[in-house]
Design a protein around this ligand. Structure first.
Ligand code: ADP
Ligand code: MG
Length: 463
């Protein structure tokens, strides 16, 4: 009928606009490389902040002692303790995860940090004899804070802006370590922040600790970001003393990347316009877990309005922003059953649509595929851009190619198999067969938590 033809037309138009063919991805990668150069040349020189992390040495494995980490950056936050015993002994590790009450994500700085410090204090109270703090020393903490921060030193930095649904006005411009330290004092917790780090930097540290071939780290979770190891002489804006290592970890804040080559659609434009941070984090809004399901909802909304996709009435639930979460989308996308019963169940549970036809379900799976593939392909283009910046994107003639590993952390990459597979396939496609053998992504589960504890250890006051 005309209804299906119209829905089909909307779908094809969207598929066309989301295409991201290889040639287009190469342009995106080149734009990424160019922006990296610009962001390293001067502050404010690019959409990419290319933030200096103050990490000029990554953990070696010789670190010893008890260290804590606190990971704040999305919908959950985690507290971790690790006992490090140097190269000979394995890490002993305990952690606990808390979800952040939504009202604290848009309240006051005081309330958020009190909540975090309170949870940390409770966790510290459960420390048993397997963990030993050096006699007479304070416990030390690696603070993973996954928002853009202008770092002032290894253990201080001011918040530039919130992302990923956080919006706490009075914290912007404040030193987040100062805020945390004050909150720890308020709850009577005696602990010192040894390192303030971004989750990408933690993932890089944790990843490289496990595999020395790691050159960069990418987060694909609620949001997205990347960090990599840069040579200091390639950072014109760095005015500080040159580190002995000759290297510095750069937190790219790639979520804020944008380029005229990005395949943006009307759905992305309205999502952005109605977001908490319009005009910002455009790359992130195309590929991260917070947004993928919401893009799908917006496509379905148009199909419901213009093609009566769900019948004469628009399902009321479909009007609610973010009602389709990315894990729901992934579950539908991964549905292997012949009658797509998972899709049917999700439509019932999430949208209260009770009578979905197979045809309808198939089209929904297709929408998920288009949205996820575009995001995964763009993420691969971003990684390819970093490899180009590092000169690791081709096999050097006559030389044996070094291995390059990209450590990836985040719930999206970990759980959304079709997204992960598409990213890896696209990266191979961009690299070409010969090079692809030597360049791989590696899931670095909880790199950011363990990485933060390792960094706290390597920058400890007491070593
Ligand atoms: P964060 O990024 O908040 O630190 P995670 O790395 O755990 O936390 O990522 C959580 C995000 O990963 C969720 O917001 C969600 O978007 C995405 N995610 C989690 N599970 C799945 C899943 N099964 N399928 C697709 N995406 C998922
Ligand atoms: Mg995280």
């Amino acid at each position: 009928s005309g209804r299906w033809a119209k829905a089909e037309a909307i779908l094809r138009e969207m598929e066309d606009k989301c295409g991201a063919p290889t040639e287009n991805l190469r342009q995106v990668a080149d734009a990424m490389t160019a922006e990296m150069h610009a962001g390293l040349a001067s502050d404010g020189g690019s959409k990419l902040k290319m933030l200096i992390s103050f990490i000029d040495n990554l953990p070696t494995g010789d670190e010893k002692g008890l260290f804590y980490a606190l990971d704040l950056g999305g919908t959950n936050f985690r507290v971790i303790r690790v006992q490090l015993g140097g190269k000979e002994s394995t890490i002993r590790r305990e952690s606990e995860e808390f979800s952040i009450p939504p009202h604290l994500m848009v309240g006051s700085s005081h309330e958020l940090f009190d909540f975090i410090a309170g949870a940390l204090a409770k966790f510290v109270a459960t420390e048993n004899e397997d963990f030993h703090v050096l006699p007479g020393k304070l416990r030390e903490l690696g603070f993973t804070f996954s928002f853009p921060v202008r770092q002032l030193s290894i253990a201080s930095g001011t918040l530039i802006k919130w992302t990923k649904g956080f919006h706490i006005e009075d914290a912007v411009g404040e030193d987040v370590v100062g805020e945390l330290t004050k909150a720890m004092q308020r709850v009577g917790l005696d602990m010192r922040v040894a390192a303030l780090i971004n989750d990408t930097v933690g993932t890089l540290a944790g990843g490289k600790y496990n595999n020395p071939d790691v050159v960069a780290a990418v987060i694909l979770g609620t949001g997205t970001n990347a960090a990599y190891i840069e040579r200091t002489h390639a950072i014109p804006k760095w005015q500080g003393p040159l580190p002995k290592s000759g290297e510095m970890v750069i937190n790219m804040e790639w979520g804020n990347f944008r380029s005229s080559h990005l395949p943006l659609t009307e759905y992305d434009q309205s999502l952005d316009a109605e977001s908490l941070n319009p005009g910002e984090q455009i790359f992130e809004k195309l590929m991260s877990g917070m947004y993928l399901g919401e893009i799908v909802r917006r496509v379905l909304m148009r199909m419901a309005e213009e093609a009566s996709f769900f019948g004469d009435n628009i399902p009321p639930k479909l009007h609610i922003p973010f009602i389709i979460r990315t894990p729901d989308m992934a579950a539908m996308h991964h549905d292997n059953s012949s009658d797509l019963k998972v899709v049917g169940c999700k439509l019932k549970d999430v949208l209260e649509v009770h009578n979905s036809s197979l045809k309808m379900r198939k089209m929904i799976v297709e929408i998920c595929d288009i949205v996820a593939s575009r995001g995964a392909r763009l993420a691969a283009a971003g990684i390819f851009g970093i490899l180009k910046k590092l000169g690791r994107n081709t096999v050097k003639d006559g030389e044996k190619q070094q291995r390059s590993v990209i450590a990836v952390d985040g719930g999206l990459f970990e759980h959304y198999t079709k997204f992960r597979n598409c990213l890896n396939r696209t990266l191979q496609e961009l690299l070409g067969e010969d090079t692809a053998e030597n360049i791989v992504t590696e899931l670095s589960n909880d790199g950011s938590g363990t990485g933060a504890a390792l960094l706290a250890a390597s920058y400890s006051q007491y070593l």
